[in-house]
Design a binder for this molecule. Sequence first.
Ligand code: NDP
Length: 333
Amino acid sequence: AQEIHLASRPEGFPTPGNFALVEAPVPTPGPGQLLVRNLFMSVDPYMRGRMNAGKSYTTPFEVGAALEGGAVGEVVASDVDGFAVGDKVLHNLGWREYAAVDASTAVKVDPERAPLTAYLGVLGMPGQTAYVGVLDVAAFKEGDVVFVSGAAGAVGQIAGQVAKLRGAARVVGSAGTDEKVRYLVEELGFDAAFNYRNGPVAEQLAAAAPDGIDVYFDNVGGEHLEAALESFNDYGRAALCGAISTYNATESTLPPGPRNLIQAVAKRVTLRGFLVHDHDDRREDFLREVGGWLADGSLRHRETITEGGIAKAPEAFLGMLRGENTGKALVAL
Ligand code: NDP
């Protein structure tokens, strides 16, 4: 069976040489473990942080060992009560064809209720991030004007729609291509969107939200966060979800700021970082509400699935960092 190892730690933007495709024996499950054949795996921005040596918000990946991450697979061997051969499970041992998964960390998923890929995206960790980020962290209220950066990605596409469906006065999104901008406005119902590569973010945001913004869902950091601080109304609230514009930066390419943090003082803005895992008590609410919108067609989403098996996973990861995905980036194994 094949798996992907971290061959070396990236410096700046990762390259294919940072990964190695390795032949390994199919693992033998120990007591309490399931043997799982992976069907889909997720590539996520946070994995870039785990490729660095220092501690980010989780422990670093080890050089010479298989990478890890969200995956959905089929149980092919089980001695564990409650898990049968053929069951589909969500777990955290992606980047390999076969995994010996501790049953205590596996979550059974129902392919009748939603396609298996949804459990890694709209009904999984990214969807829940969007839901709690908007509603709990940014304390969204009906009538707010909301700005979402990284809006055509896995988290952003859901964040904007949660705000809209909960009664936002206006939802504005930014993304890195004109095609994504059209997707936001024409398919997802954003009120306005812009391509951040087409001009200064602050100017484009001010034009798209002429009466200012109340909530900012920040996936990008840097220039986007500065622009939001310029556009905030008094008592604005930002959910700081990520800062992907900084993940591959070296000292010389690190984006600025925010250089205008004083605006947070002047406008009495709340800037609140969060990690989705601290909000697991909201999982049932999230699944009920977002699952309901998905079922009745009021919420839409996209996935970008790279075919061709495990060997394509590094390429899919690099493509996601370059913005080649719309919606959730996944690999079909
Ligand atoms: P996405 O599906 O949004 O994929 C990443 C996207 O980032 C790309 O498609 C690209 O789109 C955009 N991007 C890449 N480089 C830049 C740049 N320099 N400036 C602006 N945009 C850029 O990923 P996710 O939805 O999974 O994650 C979005 C954010 O949420 C990340 O910051 C991630 O770290 C964070 N996150 C945080 C969690 C938490 O618990 N706090 C949980 C999950 C995610 P484009 O074409 O628009 O450039």
